[in-house]
Design a protein around this ligand. Structure first.
Ligand code: A2P
Length: 335
């Protein structure tokens, strides 16, 4: 157990859920500290029976903290987290900034817990679209090495922070009323639309979000040979990312075997009966910590291919839940 646990970015979309999870899961700690920008410093928040005043994040604020969970913009994580590590704090970071640093562990606790336990510096939590995909891939990969993945994502507006959902609501109202709305989180209207760009151009016509799925998948599964072809699309759904995933394995995996492998994996729930129109959807998965899988079927064009549909709450397993699970793992091994 850690004596003092801090949450940086406690006022944000993910930070708020981190606090909710710490409370719900009764996270063991003597003291909690909450940090955010100067804009929020001084505000008070209730957590596990304590009234906590939000402090401003500075380079000198880390003394006395044992474990820190951070969910901030990349530039904030880049600037402040090295000071926390220098002060001897164990750091779990939700941002995208540190994930691919060779000295940083990139962890999904169900897949590579040892990376978190052996980490010397920052422990990063993966990108939300990657986390749900690798959790789904892992049981298949263990049964027969996955050589290639083709994935198309249908990503929720909450993935763009609180402003993403404001844009969805206000933009939809404006579209229905025939009025103007200036979008802040998206480069095109998201109301009644699908935007095939998340992030900026990164490599050979692929966006930064898409390349995260390539690089992070290889790092978490520890296999640089996996071929990944992603297309990431923002859709007008407020919460939960959906993914159409096609994997190719060294030996064929049947639908029955895949269902069994998924069903016995902690953190995965199979929801799959096309005859009764039963499959996971954002509306049924929001607020849950699991990764949901349905529409499991053979690839008609390749005997070694398996296709499925995967939905998960991007703010939970895609972000807050994964970070809190890493924190629980570290806490269990801290004595
Ligand atoms: P604040 O609310 O004080 O701006 P979201 O992803 O929902 O936009 O949340 C981002 C989180 O990161 C918020 O808690 C925000 O705090 C925090 N944050 C943003 N910039 C900084 C900064 N420069 N220093 C500390 N916290 C920051």
């Amino acid at each position: 157990m850690f004596d003092t646990v801090a949450v940086v970015g406690a006022t944000g979309a993910v930070g708020t859920i981190i606090l909710e999870l710490l409370e719900k899961r009764n996270f063991p700690a003597k003291k909690f500290r909450l940090l955010a920008s100067a804009r929020s410093a001084g505000k008070q928040i209730q957590l596990l029976g304590q009234t906590i005043t939000i402090e401003e994040l500075t380079h000198d604020c880390f003394q006395g903290i044992d474990l820190l969970i951070a969910s901030t913009p990349d530039e904030t994580a880049a600037e402040y987290l090295p000071s926390a590590v220098e002060a001897g704090v164990k750091v779990i970071d939700e941002s995208g900034y540190w994930r691919m640093d060779p000295d940083v562990a990139l962890v999904v606790p169900e897949i590579n817990p040892e990376a978190a336990l052996n980490a010397k510096g920052i422990i990063a939590s993966p990108n939300c679209s990657t986390t749900q995909m690798v959790l789904a891939m892992k049981p298949l990969y263990d049964a027969s090495k996955i050589t290639r993945v083709i994935v198309s994502t249908y990503q929720a507006t909450s993935g763009a922070g609180l402003q993403g959902n404001v844009d969805l609501t206000e933009g939809t109202k404006a579209a229905l009323n025939g009025t103007e709305y200036k979008y802040k989180a998206f480069v095109h209207p998201i109301a009644f639309n699908a935007i095939p760009q998340i992030g900026s151009h990164k490599y050979e016509g692929y966006t930064s979000e898409e390349m995260k799925m390539v690089y992070e998948t290889r790092k978490i599964l520890g296999d640089e040979s996996i071929l990944v072809c992603p297309t990431c699309v923002r859709i007008p759904v407020s919460n939960c990312h959906s993914e159409s995933i096609l994997v190719e394995t060294e030996r064929p995996i049947s639908v029955a075997e895949a269902k069994e492998l998924f069903a016995k994996t902690p953190g995965i729930t199979v929801v799959d009966d096309l005859s009764t129109s039963t499959y996971p959807m954002p509306s049924t998965c929001t607020g849950s910590d699991d990764v949901f899988i349905g529409r499991i079927r053979k690839d008609l064009s390749n005997p070694n291919g398996l296709a499925f549909w995967c939905v998960s709450d991007n703010l939970r397993k895609g972000a807050a839940t994964n970070a809190v699970q890493i924190a629980e793992l570290l806490s269990k091994h801290s004595d």
